[in-house]
Write a protein that binds this ligand. Structure first.
Ligand code: NI
Length: 136
């Protein structure tokens, strides 16, 4: 993707919870945004680290050894192999950075699990147009 993208606007425009949207590609990694509320479920990614950056709201990442609470603007990397469960008491918008091989819910498959094709769906057009581009 070579156009300007606004992660906050795209995340806000998402209509489905826990359904990541790819917004950019960086070599062998994807940048994604997601709108979340509630709990995704415990899982691990054996071969990939997973970065979470909170755009809006707060996100708790439960791990077996500890839990971290991320506020707006804060990020955390879950190391590969570490079991984790993202939890948001209220609606939270997050940016994710992860290798293309990363499965949405890792070793867990539920009705929430989204395929890469689903995550690569076209971005809603209204969310991609930068305000500065309107007036020319
Ligand atoms: Ni994960």
């Amino acid at each position: 993707m070579t156009s300007v993208a606004s992660p906050g606007r795209i995340a806000a425009a998402l209509t489905e919870l826990w359904s990541p949207q790819v917004i950019a590609e960086v070599d062998d990694a994807y940048v994604k945004v997601a709108k979340v509320q509630g709990s995704l479920g415990w899982h691990a990614h054996a071969g990939e680290d997973e970065l979470f950056l909170v755009l809006r709201g707060t996100l708790r990442i439960e791990m077996e050894a500890r839990t971290v609470a991320l506020r707006e603007g804060e990020l955390f990397v879950v190391p590969k192999g570490v079991r984790h469960n993202p939890v948001a008491a209220e609606e939270c918008h997050a940016l994710l950075f992860e290798k293309k091989s990363t499965l949405h819910t890792g070793d867990l498959v539920t009705d929430r699990t989204r395929s890469l094709d689903e995550q690569l769906r076209p971005i809603a057009l209204a969310a991609t147009v930068h305000p500065r581009e309107h007036g020319g």
